[in-house]
Design a protein around this ligand. Structure first.
Ligand code: GCW
Length: 632
């Protein structure tokens, strides 16, 4: 047994009032059948009419829902469009957004690829996974389980159309014939929900799987190897999405060993995939090797390659320049790679944000990144230079989310953590959506219509991210989590073999002040941004306080906008964070008796842990940082 998440269709009353639904689809296929099956969970079969009259219907993944003489009509040229239309219709009905006055709604995704990245290993462990084991039972596949179908339904219901099955720290075994058959079995299930399968590949696979002497991307034998491998894959999975590659990063093999660069590497794989319509998604998560500021490394390595990537390859860039911290400024590559296809990489799993314990709704974070004006520093959501627009306007682009899914009953780590999976899908479909509205949708669909419950759930969600920043890493602090597992606070930690794995590298606390000087007097990371943005970040007076210690080494007695000194403000923010965590729990207590008792308790337990942890963060961090200030 496992939870139905937001597909519980709490308002199943539609069945009773038996409104008619007409599906118009330009093609007949299994995706259309999946749409019909989904509709039947709420409507009786004889209320549903299907026709192929789709002359004026939207193309691609787009759809139109309209009121046709009292009936609800969903149309699209494609089965995929109808499927998304049906899921949208069910969402609108169940959130009470369709009434007698409803006229029509047309929608289509703003960004073409919306992909989950599973960091799932062969042994079913999940790197940075906090929701149990991997869903994929590699030992049993190609045997199919019902849960694979429900996975596809759940992700398709929020518009996700791709799934990278395995960890970017990729085991080459996934490319063997035996394992490709297992992947093909999953692809067969997901296809009916318009979800394409991708694999993470190990750049040295030609060596480890076939004994080649090199993995040099310009070597003929290596290129032939990838070409043959691609042909083998497409014979099994004709609509295979492509490869994701982590190369020359954290010990993974890559083109550097052969004196080649990332574009050489990506292009070799892109050439192998292109006859079949596949794409290469090449990650830009690189650091170390002669760079004095980790935040600068990806730009340093990738910016010179702008324009050198094949048209069927894209560079996947994390939202910020370090590593999925509670808050980071946007990654400068989004403004710099003008000629290159880009994917945004978000982390749905909360590696640095309380993992499976803390309730932290990430939609406001993702929205802050997507609406940031990368050329003009203004945060209007419709700004022409916002990151969302930059992605939208590329020929090939996408949003990737590192999955938080596991085989737990609740799928994502707690009954609230699935809000982030939901929000990831909704925002990657349409980055202009309002996080508060997404929270409202998820709340009603998951917890029902009781206004007291809806109000509490929405408040918890919409306030949780800022709370987490306050009690963990206020004012632009980052990477002060405990070594290796990244859970609790450990700002003084000295473990680990590299300086840039240790918190003091990031916070630079000393008797004078706190923060990493990335201004023109420091590492000059600011100049990786467009001039107008760089100027704002560079000046301590104009730098947004949320990024202050990210870009500046600030004296302890420096006065912030509140009128408090840095020293006092830091203590104030940590304290405020504890209060905010307590407030999240207080809101939840208001729903007691209004949600099933076991579900009430499960969430309360999480919030208890979150409050206790917030206290620990405050105690540890204030004591540690203020000990420097007191030396001043
Ligand atoms: O966030 C870090 C994680 C690693 C991860 C790496 C990456 C998959 O700590 O576990 O490895 O990033 O994104 O490649």
């Amino acid at each position: 047994m496992y939870d139905k998440l937001w597909l519980r269709y709490a308002g199943e009353s539609q069945k009773k009032n038996a409104r008619r639904v007409i599906l118009s689809c330009g093609e007949k296929n299994n995706v259309l059948n999946a749409a019909i099956t989904e509709l039947k969970t709420v409507f009786s079969a004889d209320a549903i009419t299907v026709d192929t009259e789709a002359k004026d219907a939207p193309a691609g993944e787009g759809f139109l829902i309209r009121n046709k003489g009292g009936a609800l009509a969903v149309s699209s040229q494609t089965g995929a469009g109808v499927l998304y239309g049906v899921f949208t219709l069910l969402r609108l009905l169940n959130t009470g957004r369709i009434d007698e006055n409803f006229v029509q709604i047309a929608d289509s995704p703003k960004i073409s690829w919306r992909i989950l990245n599973h960091w799932d290993n062969l042994d079913r462990s999940v790197e940075r996974g906090y929701a149990g084991k991997s869903l994929w039972k590699w030992d049993d596949l190609p045997k199919i389980e019902r849960r694979y179908v429900d996975y596809a339904r759940i992700v398709a219901s929020v518009g996700i159309n791709g799934s990278v099955l395995n960890n970017v720290n990729a085991n080459p075994i996934f490319l063997t014939s035996e394992y490709l058959k297992k992947t093909a079995a999953l692809a067969d299930v997901f296809r009916d929900y318009n979800v394409k399968v991708f694999l993470s590949v190990n750049f040295a696979a030609p060596i480890s799987l076939s004994g080649l002497s090199t993995a040099d991307p310009l070597d003929d034998a290596v290129r032939l190897w990838w070409k043959n491998k691609a042909a083998e894959i497409y014979a099994l999975i004709p609509d295979f999405g492509g490869f994701v590659v982590k190369a020359d990063s954290e010990g993974q093999p890559g083109p550097y060993a052969y004196g080649r660069n990332h574009a050489d590497g990506a292009n070799a794989l892109a050439d192998a995939l292109s006859p079949h319509g596949g794409i290469v998604i090449w990650r830009a998560f690189v650091y170390g090797h002669g760079e004095t500021d980790r935040a600068k490394k990806a730009y340093t390595d990738f910016k010179p390659l702008d324009g050198k990537f094949r048209s069927n390859s894209a560079v996947q860039v994390k939202n910020g320049p370090i590593d999925f911290q509670p808050r980071e400024p946007v990654h400068p590559l989004f403004g710099a790679m003008k000629e290159t296809s880009l994917f945004m990489e978000f982390q749905i799993t909360q590696e640095y944000l309380g993992q499976g314990e803390h309730i932290v709704f990430l939609a406001p974070m993702w929205k802050e990144i997507l609406q940031f004006g990368i050329r003009f520093p203004d945060e209007d959501s419709e700004n022409q230079s916002s990151v969302g627009k930059v992605l939208e306007e590329k020929k090939l682009s996408g949003v990737a989310g590192v999955s938080n899914i596991g085989d737990n009953y609740d799928w994502c780590g707690s009954l609230f953590h699935s809000a982030n999976l939901f929000a990831f899908g909704r925002l990657s479909w349409d980055w202009t959506l309002d996080p508060a509205d997404i929270a409202l949708e998820w709340s009603v669909l998951t917890w029902g219509n009781d206004p007291t419950v809806v109000d509490a759930v929405v408040k918890i969600l919409t306030n949780s991210w800022e709370a987490c920043i306050d009690y963990m890493t206020p004012l632009g602090l980052n990477h002060i989590m405990r070594y290796e597992h990244h859970y609790g606070p450990d700002p003084g930690c000295d473990q680990g073999s590299r300086a840039d794995w240790k918190p003091p590298y990031y916070h630079r606390a000393d008797a004078r002040g706190l923060g990493f000087d990335r201004t023109r007097n420091g590492s000059d990371a600011v100049d990786q941004y467009a001039p107008l943005v760089a100027d704002i970040f560079n000046d301590i007076k104009t730098c947004p306080e949320k990024y202050l210690l990210w870009f500046h080494h600030v004296p302890w007695d420096y006065t912030l906008r509140s009128g408090r000194t840095l020293k006092d403000e830091l203590a104030f923010r940590y304290r405020r964070g504890v209060g905010e965590a307590e407030q999240l729990r207080a809101w939840w207590r208001l729903v007691k008796g209004r949600v099933p008792p076991d579900r009430y308790k499960a969430v309360l337990d999480k919030l208890d842990a979150q409050v206790a942890d917030a206290h620990e963060w405050e105690a540890v961090c204030v004591k540690y940082f203020l000990s420097f200030a007191e030396r001043a």
